[in-house]
Design a protein around this ligand. Structure first.
Ligand SMILES: [Zn+2]
Length: 410
Protein backbone atom coordinates (compact mmCIF):
# COMPACT_ATOMS: atom_id res chain seq x y z
CA UNK A 1 0.00 0.00 0.00
CA UNK A 2 1.45 3.29 -1.15
CA UNK A 3 0.34 5.32 1.90
CA UNK A 4 2.23 2.93 4.19
CA UNK A 5 5.47 3.32 2.24
CA UNK A 6 5.12 7.12 2.38
CA UNK A 7 4.40 6.88 6.11
CA UNK A 8 7.52 4.80 6.74
CA UNK A 9 9.68 7.18 4.70
CA UNK A 10 8.43 10.03 6.84
CA UNK A 11 9.33 8.15 10.01
CA UNK A 12 12.94 7.72 8.85
CA UNK A 13 13.18 11.29 7.69
CA UNK A 14 11.55 13.08 10.62
CA UNK A 15 11.30 10.86 13.68
CA UNK A 16 14.50 10.19 15.64
CA UNK A 17 12.51 7.69 17.70
CA UNK A 18 11.60 5.48 14.75
CA UNK A 19 14.82 6.02 12.81
CA UNK A 20 16.81 4.70 15.78
CA UNK A 21 14.34 1.99 16.66
CA UNK A 22 14.11 0.58 13.13
CA UNK A 23 17.86 0.76 12.55
CA UNK A 24 18.48 -1.00 15.86
CA UNK A 25 16.15 -3.74 14.65
CA UNK A 26 18.22 -4.16 11.49
CA UNK A 27 16.15 -2.07 9.08
CA UNK A 28 18.67 0.37 7.69
CA UNK A 29 16.27 2.24 5.39
CA UNK A 30 12.62 2.47 4.27
CA UNK A 31 13.58 0.13 1.43
CA UNK A 32 14.60 -2.53 3.97
CA UNK A 33 11.23 -2.13 5.72
CA UNK A 34 9.38 -2.79 2.47
CA UNK A 35 5.60 -2.97 2.20
CA UNK A 36 2.70 -3.79 4.51
CA UNK A 37 3.08 -7.54 3.90
CA UNK A 38 6.29 -7.46 5.97
CA UNK A 39 5.00 -5.33 8.85
CA UNK A 40 5.00 -8.22 11.35
CA UNK A 41 8.83 -8.24 11.20
CA UNK A 42 9.02 -4.72 12.65
CA UNK A 43 9.31 -3.92 16.36
CA UNK A 44 6.27 -2.84 18.39
CA UNK A 45 5.73 0.61 19.87
CA UNK A 46 4.83 0.64 23.56
CA UNK A 47 3.30 3.56 25.37
CA UNK A 48 6.12 3.61 27.94
CA UNK A 49 8.85 4.07 25.29
CA UNK A 50 7.08 7.12 23.89
CA UNK A 51 6.78 8.55 27.38
CA UNK A 52 10.45 7.90 28.11
CA UNK A 53 11.52 9.79 24.96
CA UNK A 54 10.06 13.11 26.16
CA UNK A 55 12.44 15.92 27.01
CA UNK A 56 12.15 19.51 28.25
CA UNK A 57 12.46 20.65 24.61
CA UNK A 58 10.02 18.10 23.24
CA UNK A 59 7.09 17.36 25.55
CA UNK A 60 5.42 15.12 22.95
CA UNK A 61 8.26 12.62 22.53
CA UNK A 62 10.86 11.70 19.90
CA UNK A 63 8.18 10.26 17.59
CA UNK A 64 7.06 13.83 16.79
CA UNK A 65 7.33 14.34 13.02
CA UNK A 66 5.86 17.80 12.46
CA UNK A 67 7.10 21.34 13.07
CA UNK A 68 5.27 23.63 15.50
CA UNK A 69 3.60 25.61 12.72
CA UNK A 70 2.07 22.47 11.21
CA UNK A 71 0.28 21.54 14.45
CA UNK A 72 -3.33 22.76 14.75
CA UNK A 73 -4.45 20.92 17.89
CA UNK A 74 -2.89 19.19 20.90
CA UNK A 75 -4.94 16.74 22.94
CA UNK A 76 -3.75 15.10 26.12
CA UNK A 77 -4.40 11.79 27.82
CA UNK A 78 -5.83 11.49 31.31
CA UNK A 79 -2.31 10.67 32.56
CA UNK A 80 -3.10 7.90 35.05
CA UNK A 81 0.62 7.54 35.74
CA UNK A 82 1.31 11.20 36.45
CA UNK A 83 1.93 13.75 33.71
CA UNK A 84 -0.36 13.54 30.68
CA UNK A 85 0.88 12.48 27.26
CA UNK A 86 0.37 15.01 24.47
CA UNK A 87 -1.19 14.06 21.15
CA UNK A 88 -0.57 16.68 18.44
CA UNK A 89 -2.45 16.81 15.12
CA UNK A 90 -1.89 18.55 11.81
CA UNK A 91 -4.94 19.92 9.98
CA UNK A 92 -4.87 16.81 7.77
CA UNK A 93 -4.66 14.49 10.81
CA UNK A 94 -7.65 16.17 12.39
CA UNK A 95 -9.58 15.87 9.14
CA UNK A 96 -8.77 12.14 8.94
CA UNK A 97 -9.87 11.62 12.54
CA UNK A 98 -13.18 13.32 11.88
CA UNK A 99 -13.75 11.43 8.61
CA UNK A 100 -12.97 8.08 10.27
CA UNK A 101 -15.21 8.80 13.27
CA UNK A 102 -18.02 9.99 11.01
CA UNK A 103 -17.74 6.74 9.06
CA UNK A 104 -17.94 4.71 12.31
CA UNK A 105 -20.97 6.61 13.63
CA UNK A 106 -22.73 6.55 10.27
CA UNK A 107 -22.32 2.74 10.29
CA UNK A 108 -24.34 2.73 13.52
CA UNK A 109 -27.19 4.36 11.65
CA UNK A 110 -26.77 8.05 12.52
CA UNK A 111 -27.86 10.24 9.63
CA UNK A 112 -28.40 13.90 8.80
CA UNK A 113 -31.42 15.30 10.60
CA UNK A 114 -31.21 12.95 13.61
CA UNK A 115 -31.18 14.52 17.05
CA UNK A 116 -28.34 13.23 19.18
CA UNK A 117 -27.64 13.81 22.87
CA UNK A 118 -23.95 13.28 23.72
CA UNK A 119 -22.43 13.05 27.18
CA UNK A 120 -18.71 13.21 26.37
CA UNK A 121 -16.86 16.22 27.65
CA UNK A 122 -14.82 17.71 24.82
CA UNK A 123 -12.23 18.90 27.31
CA UNK A 124 -8.58 17.96 26.73
CA UNK A 125 -9.29 14.43 25.47
CA UNK A 126 -9.35 12.98 21.95
CA UNK A 127 -13.04 12.11 22.34
CA UNK A 128 -13.56 15.81 21.59
CA UNK A 129 -12.58 15.17 17.97
CA UNK A 130 -15.29 12.51 17.73
CA UNK A 131 -17.82 15.22 18.57
CA UNK A 132 -16.79 17.00 15.34
CA UNK A 133 -17.89 13.86 13.51
CA UNK A 134 -21.51 14.62 14.45
CA UNK A 135 -21.26 17.97 12.68
CA UNK A 136 -19.84 16.13 9.67
CA UNK A 137 -22.74 13.67 9.54
CA UNK A 138 -25.18 16.57 9.83
CA UNK A 139 -27.05 15.54 12.96
CA UNK A 140 -28.56 18.01 15.40
CA UNK A 141 -26.02 17.67 18.20
CA UNK A 142 -27.15 18.26 21.79
CA UNK A 143 -24.04 18.12 24.00
CA UNK A 144 -24.88 17.69 27.69
CA UNK A 145 -21.48 16.45 28.93
CA UNK A 146 -21.10 14.68 32.23
CA UNK A 147 -21.68 16.16 35.68
CA UNK A 148 -25.46 16.42 35.61
CA UNK A 149 -27.58 13.36 35.02
CA UNK A 150 -30.64 15.53 35.58
CA UNK A 151 -29.64 17.66 32.59
CA UNK A 152 -29.22 14.53 30.46
CA UNK A 153 -32.62 13.14 31.49
CA UNK A 154 -34.34 16.49 30.88
CA UNK A 155 -32.76 16.82 27.43
CA UNK A 156 -34.03 13.34 26.56
CA UNK A 157 -37.52 14.14 27.88
CA UNK A 158 -37.88 17.66 26.46
CA UNK A 159 -35.88 17.60 23.21
CA UNK A 160 -36.91 14.11 22.00
CA UNK A 161 -33.55 12.90 20.62
CA UNK A 162 -33.36 9.91 18.28
CA UNK A 163 -30.07 8.76 19.76
CA UNK A 164 -27.79 9.10 22.78
CA UNK A 165 -24.00 8.69 22.87
CA UNK A 166 -22.44 7.65 26.17
CA UNK A 167 -20.37 5.00 27.96
CA UNK A 168 -22.10 1.67 28.66
CA UNK A 169 -21.69 2.37 32.40
CA UNK A 170 -23.53 5.67 32.09
CA UNK A 171 -26.21 4.11 29.90
CA UNK A 172 -26.83 1.60 32.71
CA UNK A 173 -26.76 4.28 35.40
CA UNK A 174 -29.31 6.52 33.67
CA UNK A 175 -31.73 3.58 33.63
CA UNK A 176 -31.67 3.58 37.42
CA UNK A 177 -32.54 7.28 37.53
CA UNK A 178 -35.38 7.40 35.05
CA UNK A 179 -37.84 5.26 33.11
CA UNK A 180 -36.52 5.56 29.56
CA UNK A 181 -38.24 2.64 27.89
CA UNK A 182 -40.84 4.86 26.29
CA UNK A 183 -38.53 7.78 25.51
CA UNK A 184 -37.92 8.98 21.96
CA UNK A 185 -34.45 7.32 21.94
CA UNK A 186 -34.18 4.52 19.37
CA UNK A 187 -30.41 4.22 19.23
CA UNK A 188 -27.97 4.01 22.13
CA UNK A 189 -24.37 4.39 20.94
CA UNK A 190 -21.84 3.33 23.55
CA UNK A 191 -18.05 3.68 23.63
CA UNK A 192 -15.17 4.37 26.00
CA UNK A 193 -14.91 0.96 27.70
CA UNK A 194 -15.73 -2.68 26.97
CA UNK A 195 -19.28 -3.79 27.79
CA UNK A 196 -21.50 -2.63 24.97
CA UNK A 197 -20.72 -5.79 23.03
CA UNK A 198 -21.28 -8.28 25.87
CA UNK A 199 -24.56 -10.08 25.12
CA UNK A 200 -26.09 -10.00 28.64
CA UNK A 201 -25.05 -6.41 29.31
CA UNK A 202 -26.28 -5.31 25.89
CA UNK A 203 -29.61 -7.12 26.34
CA UNK A 204 -30.15 -5.33 29.67
CA UNK A 205 -29.45 -1.94 28.08
CA UNK A 206 -31.71 -2.66 25.09
CA UNK A 207 -34.52 -3.78 27.38
CA UNK A 208 -34.20 -0.74 29.63
CA UNK A 209 -33.91 1.83 26.86
CA UNK A 210 -36.29 0.13 24.44
CA UNK A 211 -33.60 0.91 21.86
CA UNK A 212 -30.90 -0.70 19.75
CA UNK A 213 -27.41 -0.64 21.28
CA UNK A 214 -24.29 -0.43 19.10
CA UNK A 215 -20.73 0.31 20.13
CA UNK A 216 -17.70 2.23 18.92
CA UNK A 217 -14.04 2.05 19.96
CA UNK A 218 -10.90 4.11 19.51
CA UNK A 219 -7.59 4.52 21.28
CA UNK A 220 -6.27 7.89 22.37
CA UNK A 221 -2.85 7.81 20.73
CA UNK A 222 -4.15 6.49 17.39
CA UNK A 223 -7.57 8.07 16.96
CA UNK A 224 -11.11 8.31 18.37
CA UNK A 225 -13.96 6.04 17.24
CA UNK A 226 -11.79 4.09 14.81
CA UNK A 227 -14.26 1.23 14.94
CA UNK A 228 -18.05 1.48 14.74
CA UNK A 229 -20.68 -1.20 14.83
CA UNK A 230 -23.36 -1.36 12.15
CA UNK A 231 -27.02 -2.05 12.75
CA UNK A 232 -26.48 -5.78 12.25
CA UNK A 233 -24.76 -5.72 15.68
CA UNK A 234 -22.15 -8.25 14.60
CA UNK A 235 -19.01 -6.43 15.80
CA UNK A 236 -17.41 -3.05 15.10
CA UNK A 237 -16.31 -2.31 11.53
CA UNK A 238 -13.01 -0.50 10.98
CA UNK A 239 -14.32 2.96 10.09
CA UNK A 240 -10.79 4.38 9.85
CA UNK A 241 -9.92 1.96 7.03
CA UNK A 242 -7.19 3.49 4.90
CA UNK A 243 -6.03 5.69 7.80
CA UNK A 244 -5.12 2.89 10.18
CA UNK A 245 -3.83 -0.64 9.62
CA UNK A 246 -4.95 -3.29 12.13
CA UNK A 247 -3.04 -6.41 13.20
CA UNK A 248 -3.73 -9.10 15.76
CA UNK A 249 -0.93 -10.49 17.94
CA UNK A 250 -0.45 -13.04 20.70
CA UNK A 251 -0.47 -10.85 23.84
CA UNK A 252 2.29 -12.89 25.51
CA UNK A 253 4.71 -13.72 22.70
CA UNK A 254 3.89 -10.81 20.38
CA UNK A 255 3.65 -13.21 17.47
CA UNK A 256 1.37 -12.07 14.65
CA UNK A 257 -1.93 -13.89 14.30
CA UNK A 258 -3.94 -14.18 11.12
CA UNK A 259 -7.02 -11.97 10.92
CA UNK A 260 -9.39 -14.86 10.48
CA UNK A 261 -12.93 -15.22 11.74
CA UNK A 262 -13.03 -15.98 15.47
CA UNK A 263 -9.32 -15.29 16.10
CA UNK A 264 -8.56 -13.50 19.38
CA UNK A 265 -5.57 -11.50 20.55
CA UNK A 266 -4.27 -8.00 21.21
CA UNK A 267 -5.01 -5.31 18.66
CA UNK A 268 -1.93 -3.59 17.21
CA UNK A 269 -2.46 -0.45 15.11
CA UNK A 270 -0.34 1.46 12.60
CA UNK A 271 -1.05 4.92 11.22
CA UNK A 272 -1.08 5.04 7.41
CA UNK A 273 -1.59 8.74 6.76
CA UNK A 274 -0.72 10.44 10.02
CA UNK A 275 1.67 13.38 9.97
CA UNK A 276 2.17 14.90 13.44
CA UNK A 277 3.08 11.97 15.68
CA UNK A 278 2.48 8.77 13.72
CA UNK A 279 2.71 5.40 15.39
CA UNK A 280 3.98 2.12 13.99
CA UNK A 281 2.71 -1.19 15.41
CA UNK A 282 1.31 0.44 18.54
CA UNK A 283 0.16 -2.03 21.19
CA UNK A 284 -3.32 -0.91 22.15
CA UNK A 285 -3.85 -3.18 25.15
CA UNK A 286 -7.28 -4.06 23.74
CA UNK A 287 -8.02 -7.76 23.53
CA UNK A 288 -10.41 -8.44 20.69
CA UNK A 289 -12.11 -11.15 18.71
CA UNK A 290 -11.99 -10.79 14.92
CA UNK A 291 -15.05 -11.23 12.71
CA UNK A 292 -14.40 -11.53 9.00
CA UNK A 293 -17.57 -13.26 7.78
CA UNK A 294 -19.67 -11.29 5.33
CA UNK A 295 -21.77 -8.71 7.18
CA UNK A 296 -25.41 -8.33 6.13
CA UNK A 297 -24.84 -4.54 5.89
CA UNK A 298 -22.47 -5.24 2.95
CA UNK A 299 -19.60 -3.28 4.48
CA UNK A 300 -16.42 -5.18 3.81
CA UNK A 301 -14.26 -3.62 6.54
CA UNK A 302 -13.12 -6.20 9.14
CA UNK A 303 -14.92 -6.24 12.48
CA UNK A 304 -13.85 -6.66 16.10
CA UNK A 305 -15.52 -7.33 19.40
CA UNK A 306 -13.59 -6.05 22.42
CA UNK A 307 -13.08 -8.71 25.09
CA UNK A 308 -11.18 -6.62 27.63
CA UNK A 309 -8.13 -4.49 28.40
CA UNK A 310 -4.66 -5.86 29.11
CA UNK A 311 -4.24 -3.54 32.07
CA UNK A 312 -7.31 -5.09 33.74
CA UNK A 313 -6.38 -8.69 33.02
CA UNK A 314 -5.55 -11.04 35.87
CA UNK A 315 -3.89 -14.43 35.65
CA UNK A 316 -5.34 -16.95 38.06
CA UNK A 317 -3.33 -20.18 38.10
CA UNK A 318 -2.30 -19.72 34.47
CA UNK A 319 -5.74 -18.71 33.21
CA UNK A 320 -6.28 -15.20 31.79
CA UNK A 321 -9.31 -13.55 33.37
CA UNK A 322 -10.86 -10.29 32.19
CA UNK A 323 -13.09 -8.61 34.80
CA UNK A 324 -15.47 -7.64 31.97
CA UNK A 325 -15.85 -11.34 31.14
CA UNK A 326 -16.73 -12.06 34.79
CA UNK A 327 -19.31 -9.27 34.61
CA UNK A 328 -20.79 -10.81 31.48
CA UNK A 329 -21.24 -14.21 33.12
CA UNK A 330 -22.72 -12.66 36.26
CA UNK A 331 -25.02 -10.49 34.12
CA UNK A 332 -26.68 -13.69 32.93
CA UNK A 333 -28.21 -13.96 36.41
CA UNK A 334 -30.39 -10.87 35.97
CA UNK A 335 -33.00 -10.06 37.17
CA UNK A 336 -31.64 -11.47 40.46
CA UNK A 337 -28.46 -9.34 40.19
CA UNK A 338 -27.95 -5.69 39.15
CA UNK A 339 -25.17 -6.61 36.69
CA UNK A 340 -22.52 -4.70 38.69
CA UNK A 341 -19.47 -6.50 39.97
CA UNK A 342 -16.15 -5.64 41.56
CA UNK A 343 -13.16 -7.95 41.43
CA UNK A 344 -11.07 -7.63 44.60
CA UNK A 345 -7.66 -9.27 44.06
CA UNK A 346 -5.97 -10.25 47.33
CA UNK A 347 -2.43 -9.79 46.09
CA UNK A 348 -0.61 -7.09 44.16
CA UNK A 349 0.25 -7.65 40.51
CA UNK A 350 -1.34 -9.62 37.71
CA UNK A 351 -0.90 -13.16 39.04
CA UNK A 352 -3.46 -14.19 41.64
CA UNK A 353 -4.07 -17.31 43.69
CA UNK A 354 -7.57 -18.80 43.54
CA UNK A 355 -10.23 -18.27 44.64
CA UNK A 356 -10.52 -14.77 43.19
CA UNK A 357 -12.83 -12.63 45.37
CA UNK A 358 -15.68 -11.00 43.46
CA UNK A 359 -18.44 -8.77 44.87
CA UNK A 360 -21.72 -9.22 43.01
CA UNK A 361 -24.43 -6.62 43.50
CA UNK A 362 -27.97 -7.88 43.99
CA UNK A 363 -30.92 -6.41 42.11
CA UNK A 364 -33.05 -3.73 43.76
CA UNK A 365 -35.15 -5.29 46.56
CA UNK A 366 -33.50 -8.70 46.09
CA UNK A 367 -32.82 -10.76 49.22
CA UNK A 368 -29.43 -12.47 49.63
CA UNK A 369 -29.92 -16.11 48.67
CA UNK A 370 -27.34 -18.64 49.86
CA UNK A 371 -27.83 -20.76 46.75
CA UNK A 372 -27.32 -17.87 44.31
CA UNK A 373 -23.67 -17.24 45.21
CA UNK A 374 -22.88 -20.94 44.75
CA UNK A 375 -24.68 -21.05 41.40
CA UNK A 376 -22.81 -17.98 40.14
CA UNK A 377 -19.50 -19.43 41.32
CA UNK A 378 -20.21 -22.67 39.45
CA UNK A 379 -21.18 -20.85 36.25
CA UNK A 380 -18.05 -18.64 36.33
CA UNK A 381 -15.94 -21.75 36.86
CA UNK A 382 -17.59 -23.53 33.92
CA UNK A 383 -17.38 -20.60 31.50
CA UNK A 384 -14.08 -18.93 32.47
CA UNK A 385 -12.28 -21.84 34.14
CA UNK A 386 -11.50 -19.80 37.23
CA UNK A 387 -12.30 -20.37 40.91
CA UNK A 388 -13.96 -17.37 42.52
CA UNK A 389 -15.25 -16.42 45.92
CA UNK A 390 -18.60 -14.72 45.25
CA UNK A 391 -19.83 -12.25 47.83
CA UNK A 392 -23.37 -10.94 47.29
CA UNK A 393 -23.69 -7.26 48.25
CA UNK A 394 -26.89 -5.17 48.53
CA UNK A 395 -28.20 -3.07 45.67
CA UNK A 396 -26.56 0.35 45.53
CA UNK A 397 -23.32 -0.65 47.26
CA UNK A 398 -21.09 -0.67 44.15
CA UNK A 399 -20.08 2.64 42.58
CA UNK A 400 -22.09 4.21 39.72
CA UNK A 401 -20.32 6.21 37.02
CA UNK A 402 -21.15 8.84 34.43
CA UNK A 403 -18.02 7.74 32.64
CA UNK A 404 -16.13 4.47 32.98
CA UNK A 405 -16.70 1.80 35.60
CA UNK A 406 -13.93 0.43 37.77
CA UNK A 407 -14.13 -3.34 37.70
CA UNK A 408 -11.04 -4.07 39.81
CA UNK A 409 -10.40 -2.77 43.34
CA UNK A 410 -6.75 -2.84 44.37
ZN1 LIG B 1 -22.03 -4.55 9.13
Amino acid sequence: MESYRVQVERLYERSPFYRNKLRAAGFESPRAVGGLEGIAELPFTEKDELRASRTADNAVGAHLCAGPREIVRIYSTSGTTGTPSYIPLTAGDLENWIAGSACSYAASGLAAGDRVVTTYNAGPFVAGAALDAFVRIGVCHIPVGTGSSERALLAIEQLHPDAVVLTPSYAAYLLELGDLRDSSVRRVLVAGEPGGGEPAFRAALEEGWGARVTEAMGIGDVGPSLWGECEEQAGMHLGARGFVHAELVDPETGEARELRDGATGELVLTHLRHRAAPLLRFRTGDHVEIRTGLCACRRTAPRVRCIGRTDEMLIVRGVNVFPSAVREVVGGFAPEVSGRILVRPRGAGVKQEPPLPVSVELARDAEPDAGLAATIRARVRDVLVVQTDIELVPWGSLQRSEYKSTLVAR
